[in-house]
Design a protein around this ligand. Sequence first.
Ligand code: APR
Ligand code: ZN
Length: 232
Amino acid sequence: MRIVVLTGAGISAESGVPTFRDADGLWEGHRIEDVATPEAYEAQPTAVQRFYDDRRKSLAGVEPNPAHVALARLEEVLGEDLFLVTQNIDDLHERGGSQQVAHMHGELLKAWCRSCDGRVPWTGELADFPPCPRCGVSELRPDVVWFGEIPYGMDEIQRRLLRADLFVSVGTSGAVYPAAGFVQLAASCGAKTLELNLEPSEGTHFFSEARHGRAGDLVPVWVDEVLRSYGF
Ligand code: APR
Ligand code: ZN
């Protein structure tokens, strides 16, 4: 069985990473368009860098939860037959044990040099515009995909969706495309589709099954079901 799992901010919520679309519609007190667009970066580079510096720093204080760990367990058994794609820029899937993670919206722990186009691991700050370790030019920005930019790895993601037997969406509001459209693509190619989310997402009616609750409860239960079908 080929499975594609898409995760969003909801899977990291129980780890203490705030989601984007909370009741107040703000991301950590900021309007998303003030921090997550190329225009915001052009207008206020230091403020945008500080915002991501703070997010990067806060990763040190959070831990993966049972949902991340369960998906790593699933990968151990399914190997290449599991494709995990996340909209999250945190590293909690990796720290939960997942080996292969497609970060379609980039990663907080990487910096992208606009001068040499290199990508480098980054754990420190960027707001003081340090030189790129590869080319020496001070043009590093967070390696995250902002609104108006093209998500990473779309060719591979699409290929995996086209041949999936099961598509599972975990902890995402279904408000942001292209990820919000994955369910329809997978379903149109014959995959079963399952939503695991705290509440019905915007696209909940596109799923053949939906379970609502906390990811830390729902994901381990679902993974156990799959592993049992494999004889574990
Ligand atoms: N368990 C499961 N789901 C949860 C939990 C939880 N403990 N807590 C919250 N959720 C659900 C919420 O109900 C909501 O539907 O997770 C979803 C989170 O939605 P968003 O905050 O919109 O996050 P996401 O869907 O990942 O956002 C997509 O938008 O701003 C951009 O680039 C950013 O990757 C992000 C994209
Ligand atoms: Zn460079």
